[in-house]
Design a binder for this molecule. Structure first.
Ligand code: PSU
Ligand code: MN
Length: 308
């Protein structure tokens, strides 16, 4: 395939036609972030959480070189069990198209798809960022956040990263970081990081109003919403830090780098915490899907008011 071919699911088409809220969901978390069978279960649960909150889910992925916006249940199942599956950021679009391959889209890859389908709200777990002790390993997620105007809901940046450097980069690229009900930037597994967000907001409607204000200035950057993990599943930073240090050291010793680094770290930390970090990961993903659905509904309502 030499030109991007896009297939929009019936549910998403219908949602767009009737002006129902739509929430985009990424798929690298399925193909590279979680083990089987938890990955498929999580994908279904996230879609369920979006629907329960009154929006249509649009899981985004490549199947046979074609970009899918919204997957049927059997397509979701296929993706979760594919062996030859790419991790697709924006630069990998051409590769999967040429090879007619399957791929899970990263935060950046998903945002590029959203631009084509005019989707404004997207839920993920944790964004990529600046890696620790790895000069120039800066996730393309940050570049996408700097240049694609949409609302991205996450639980902070993954704690495996250099969080102060990640926040500095977001500041340089003029990406507002909204703390949902908090002044502190959450650290994925943990609710605390000791680092500040740029603005604290309390409700989905406030987030939509803020995004409108932000884009009315001519800014084209995303609004990053940092939604802390539910208290019941949070793991303190002091408990996580030794595991993160060890996983990073092992990655360094084994020469693991580039796109393999994030999946390796997530899996190794899950082993080191005996699955506790993975449970936290699942909980925060669902929590973000719920909030994104509420924001998407508020967004649609605001769109309607703007037309009147
Ligand atoms: N959040 C999760 N698990 C993941 C990811 C995010 O809970 O696996 C993925 C996202 O798709 C993100 C990617 O875009 O990891 C970042 O990879 P990298 O650091 O190579 O850019
Ligand atoms: Mn990287």
């Amino acid at each position: 395939m030499e030109e991007l071919s896009i297939k929009i699911s019936q549910e998403v088409n219908e949602g767009n036609r009737t002006r129902k809220a739509v929430v985009a969901l990424e798929s690298t978390v399925l193909t590279h972030g979680l083990p089987r069978p938890q990955n498929l279960q999580l994908a279904r649960d996230m879609e369920g959480a979006v629907r329960e909150n009154g929006a249509a889910p649009a899981t985004i992925a490549f199947l046979d070189g074609c970009l899918h916006i919204g997957l049927s249940d059997s397509e979701l199942e296929r993706l979760a069990n594919e062996d030859n599956v790419y991790k697709v950021g924006p630069r990998d679009y051409g590769t999967v198209m040429m090879k007619a391959a399957c791929g899970g889209t990263t935060v950046a890859g998903t945002m590029l798809a959203c631009k084509h389908a005019d989707l404004k709200v997207f839920a993920t777990g944790g964004i990529g960022g600046v890696h620790r002790d790895a000069p120039f390993d800066i996730s393309a997620d940050l570049q996408a956040l700097a240049s694609i105007p949409m609302i991205v809901v996450c639980a902070g940046a993954k704690a495996i990263l250099d969080l102060p450097a990640t926040l500095e980069y977001l500041e340089t690229m003029s990406v507002p970081v909204v703390g949902y009900g908090t002044d502190e930037f959450p650290a994925f597994y943990s609710r605390e990081s000791g680092l500040d967000v740029s603005v604290k907001l309390e409700t989905p409607q406030e987030i939509v109003d803020f995004a409108k204000a932000h884009w009315s200035t001519g800014s084209q950057s995303a609004v990053l919403v940092a939604n802390p993990i539910p208290l019941a599943d949070a793991i303190s930073r002091s408990e996580m830090e030794p595991h993160i240090t060890q996983a990073n050291k092992e990655a360094h010793d084994r020469g693991i780098h580039g796109k393999a680094l994030t999946p390796f770290l997530l899996q190794r930390i899950s082993e080191l915490t005996e699955g506790k970090s993975m449970r936290a990961n699942l909980s925060l993903l669902l929590n973000n899907a719920r909030l994104a659905a509420q924001i998407a509904r508020a967004w649609r309502m605001t769109e309607r008011q703007m037309e009147i």
